[in-house]
Design a protein around this ligand. Structure first.
Ligand code: ADP
Ligand code: ZN
Length: 434
């Protein structure tokens, strides 16, 4: 399969690292000279741009956090005059106040390039019809996929999300071959496809470009099966640029990080120390080519594993595992750490239930409670009470062994859990709402 930018994507690591160092030094100097908060922090930490002599010296620089972006909202961390900024995006606000990302024309070009690498790695090319059902309203998902699709010369369909029946109709009429959206919306679209009386044989989809939220391997198989496609993972964040920061290749063995534009570190979220290659930790990015808002050591709060081991596809860029979630997605229930993705894993491998669920955490009589609402599948499931009781028992047992704590499993009628059109809201934590 052709590689979009063979020279970069298969670059020798020593050449890559030399390039990274040069770009890092330039970026650090630029923010030191142009962005007051960066200069102040570096002064406080006792570092100057001249202290960055090797890539390891990166660890001398202070971290940047989402709170910093909120504090300097909207333009306080921009490194160019505002008239150079040609596009603004905002995060979805999943974990609080939205943050802004700004791009110069060169930044937009870089984004199109990394999105093109991503789509190509997933097998898309000129002649494909790329149907983008990520949102476009300030969210980066829609534009990232759109710029990438145009760049590879595909026919770009900027649908945006919602109005699922219309999505299916156009998918059929236009012969869409790649679908770009959140994995949870892909599931919803699959459901609507079948509800409309069609099957995967009535559409021409080959591949899916799914990201913007955590999803499990089990969910991947479910979507692949329902839509008759290969479902690929893509990762990105507004602060850094958007989807395409990293992308899966057809090996489906982790997402290649575009290391000529971003340096990735993995740290222990408690201590801030770098963890060894291949260990789980919080992902930290430094932008080394961005002009408008080059973030230095930005703490993503996403937890994953990064490896530099070579991939079978020939690309040399390091790969990150599917993020299990964000540090702030982690629920602490009766003192036990629980990620929603652990629950999803169990549910997806159980027969008789639909892939829609809702997690409700509460505090009753000073004790945390965990309710897991699961839809019964409308197809092929007997509604005999005995069978339903058995199903509840099985799921409870599996959840107990996966999580180490007891969950109250509640089966609900088909189609009662709200369907996602963007990022799915899996958890309602009533302890926070009170
Ligand atoms: P928000 O933080 O408001 O959701 P964004 O819309 O910019 O902001 O989303 C970026 C975040 O989405 C990432 O930090 C990460 O938590 C999540 N994300 C993006 N892509 C993926 C993916 N492929 N797998 C898991 N999580 C992802
Ligand atoms: Zn690969």
């Amino acid at each position: 399969m052709p590689i979009w930018n063979n020279e970069m994507e298969t670059i020798d690591r020593s050449r890559l690292e030399a390039m990274q160092l040069e770009r890092l030094q330039k970026t650090v100097k630029k923010v030191y000279d142009n962005v007051v908060p960066y200069r102040e922090r570096m002064e406080k930490a006792g570092v100057t741009p001249e202290d960055i002599k090797t890539l390891d010296d990166l660890s001398k620089l202070p971290f940047t956090t989402k709170d910093d972006l909120r504090e300097y909202y909207p333009f306080g961390l921009f490194a160019v005059p505002l008239e150079e900024v040609t596009e603004i995006h905002a995060s979805s606000g999943t974990t609080g106040k939205q943050v802004i990302g700004g791009l110069t024309e060169n930044d937009v070009e870089m984004w199109a390039e990394i999105a093109a690498r991503s789509l190509s790695a997933m097998g898309a090319e000129k002649g494909d019809v790329v149907h983008t059902s990520y949102g476009f309203g300030l969210f980066t998902g829609g534009f990232g996929a759109h710029y990438g699709a145009r760049k590879i010369g595909a026919m770009a369909i900027p649908m945006s999300s919602g109005n699922s029946k219309r999505q299916i109709k156009l998918m059929k009429d236009l012969g869409s071959t790649y679908l770009c959206c959140t994995p949870s919306y892909a599931m919803s679209l699959a459901e609507v496809l079948y509800d409309m009386g069609y099957t995967k044989d009535d559409i021409s989809l080959k591949g899916g470009v799914f990201g913007a939220e955590p999803w499990t391997e089990e969910m991947r198989r479910e979507i692949e099966d329902k839509l008759g496609i290969k479902a690929y993972d893509i990762y990105g964040l507004t602060e850094v640029v958007g989807p395409g920061v990293s992308y899966e290749c057809t090996e489906q063995a982790g997402m290649h990080i575009n290391e000529d534009h971003f340096i990735a570190e993995v740290i222990d979220p408690e201590t801030g120390e770098t963890v060894p290659d291949g260990s789980m930790g919080e992902l930290v990015f430094t932008c080394i080519t961005k002009e408008a808002m080059p973030l230095i050591r930005y703490r993503t709060r996403d937890l994953c594993v990064v490896t530099k081991q070579k991939c079978k596809c020939g690309r040399t860029f390091a790969r990150m595992s599917k993020p299990v979630g964000r540090t702030d997605d982690m629920l602490i229930i009766r003192g036990v750490n629980v990620f929603p993705s652990q629950i999803e894993e169990v549910l997806m491998r159980t027969d008789g239930i639909a892939p829609y669920y809702q997690i409700i955490v509460d505090r009753v009589n000073n004790k945390d409670t965990l309710d897991v609402l699961i839809e019964i599948s409308s197809m092929g499931m007997s509604d005999e009470i005995r069978d339903l009781e058995q199903l509840t028992k099985n799921v409870s047992k599996e959840l107990l062994s996966a999580l180490g704590i007891k969950a109250n499993v509640k089966l609900v009628e088909p189609k009662t859990i709200t369907r996602s059109e963007g990022k799915a809201v899996r958890v309602i934590d009533k302890r926070i709402l009170r």
